[in-house]
Ligand binder design. Structure first.
Ligand SMILES: Cc1cc2nc3c(=O)[nH]c(=O)nc-3n(C[C@H](O)[C@H](O)[C@H](O)COP(=O)(O)OP(=O)(O)OC[C@H]3O[C@@H](n4cnc5c(N)ncnc54)[C@H](O)[C@@H]3O)c2cc1C
Length: 373
């Protein structure tokens, strides 16, 4: 069988692309290396940019118990704190619930799944326009078009010889759910030396605690728990979390080698979307909205290609141009803001300044976000 489209990776960008393309009548196979549901390292605060769009696909987060979030707190390493309203706001829902709900919508839209298997190699079939994908379980699939939605870093990036793959990243990220006392309408971002930690409630009433830290912190403390108790807890707001709250997971989830910035939008004619196309620093809290919006934009161009309105070269050019016009500036703004986080002096000065000029805080947040789609 030759599929119209094969999608590598079934996170948000892969699932949304699959739903969009399948409901428009294309035959779609999604290859996902794990199963549903599963926890993922993510802050789990979704910007309202994509709320109406998700509803139009048949997913209403509040039916699943998502929390409505409209307040933001930012603290410096010392604990000095700024509070403000969020201009657009968002909702708190776990990836465990969100990805699984979208997976069921995809099944109802006749998307085919190859789960618990990893796409390893891609090759072009002779001089034709067809692609062949080889998986870890020795399956071979053919398609007219491939979408790369494999997230931050994957074996497929290595095998496609993507240029970012060899670049070392100085960051690790850790996530765990906790039982504790925290308002459900709040997302908080607390600085510590060499990183920052986000807190927000998800549909279960548990609090997602997710942080980005320099790799050197972990090397120094050798152990995640020790680092949380001795380093992160220097911020009094985080001390409460790590000393008083009860973890829900047996052990926290962690990832490393997280490359921020843009990547190539196409590599060897594979169309990249979501984190595979470019990852914004998590302090901006809208990587998921970008992954969802990016998948919508890509699907529109892919459908034009299958209607023969555009050829493959135009598809790749159009998509690259459209993606950059929507997201490049945000990623750059996120990179600039990152400089104000994770150091006692700079984060303290930034929080004190924003306390004096609160309107600036809202402007900064708006700068890293888009409009509702
Ligand atoms: C610390 C941290 C906190 C964050 N907090 C937030 C936040 O609060 N709000 C927000 O909006 N964004 C946040 N983000 C960003 C957000 O998590 C990502 O932007 C979003 O998950 C991107 O979705 P995706 O579909 O591109 O990738 P993913 O959701 O990572 O999905 C990729 C999928 O591909 C699969 N896969 C990988 N390789 C293969 C392969 N070879 N074959 C088959 N399957 C494969 C994986 O198993 C995975 O399911 C955060 C990011 C980090 C690092």
């Amino acid at each position: 069988m030759i599929y119209d489209v094969i999608i590598i990776g079934g996170g948000l960008s892969g699932l949304i692309s699959a739903i969009e393309l399948s409901r428009a009548g294309l035959s779609v196979l999604l290859i996902e290396k794990k199963d549903y549901p599963q926890h993922k390292v993510c802050g789990e605060y979704v910007s309202n940019e994509v709320f109406e769009y998700l509803k139009s696909l048949g997913f209403d987060p509040f039916i699943f118990g998502a929390k409505n979030i409209n307040r933001f707190e930012l603290s410096a390493v010392s604990g000095i704190k700024l509070s403000t309203e969020l201009p657009l706001g968002g909702f708190g829902i776990s990836r465990f619930a969100l990805d699984e709900a979208l997976y069921h919508i995809a099944i109802s839209q006749s998307v085919n799944f190859q789960l618990n298997d990893s796409a390893e190699h891609i090759e072009k079939v002779g001089n034709s326009d067809l692609f062949r994908i080889f998986t870890q379980k020795d399956k071979v699939f053919n398609a007219k078009l491939i979408i790369g939605a494999q997230g931050k870093r994957s074996v497929i990036d290595k095998n496609l010889k993507r240029s970012f793959f060899e670049k070392r990243s100085p960051f690790i990220a850790v996530k765990c759910h906790y039982k504790g006392d925290f308002p459900e309408d709040l997302v908080a971002l607390h600085n510590f030396k060499g990183g920052y930690c986000g807190l927000s409630m998800v549909e279960t009433g548990h609090i997602n605690v997710c942080y980005l830290s320099s790799e050197s912190n972990l090397k120094k403390y050798k152990d995640i728990r020790k680092m949380e108790l001795e380093l992160l807890s220097q911020n009094p707001h985080l001390q409460t979390v790590f000393h008083n709250w009860e973890p829900v997971f047996k052990a926290p989830l962690s990832i490393s080698q997280i490359y921020f910035h843009e990547k190539n939008l196409t590599d060897q004619h594979v169309l990249m979307v979501g984190d595979a196309a470019g990852l914004i620093y998590p302090l901006c809290g809208n990587g998921m909205a970008m992954a969802i919006h990016g998948a919508k934009l890509l699907s529109e161009q892919v459908l034009r290609y299958f209607k023969t309105e555009i050829d493959r070269i135009t598809l790749e050019k159009n998509y690259t141009k459209i993606w950059k016009s929507h997201f490049s500036n945000r990623i750059k703004a996120g990179g600039f803001l990152q400089n104000f986080f994770g150091t006692p002096f700079v984060s303290g000065t930034a929080v004190r300044s924003l306390k004096i000029f609160p309107f600036m805080a809202k402007s900064v947040i708006k700068f890293t976000h888009g409009k509702k789609i």
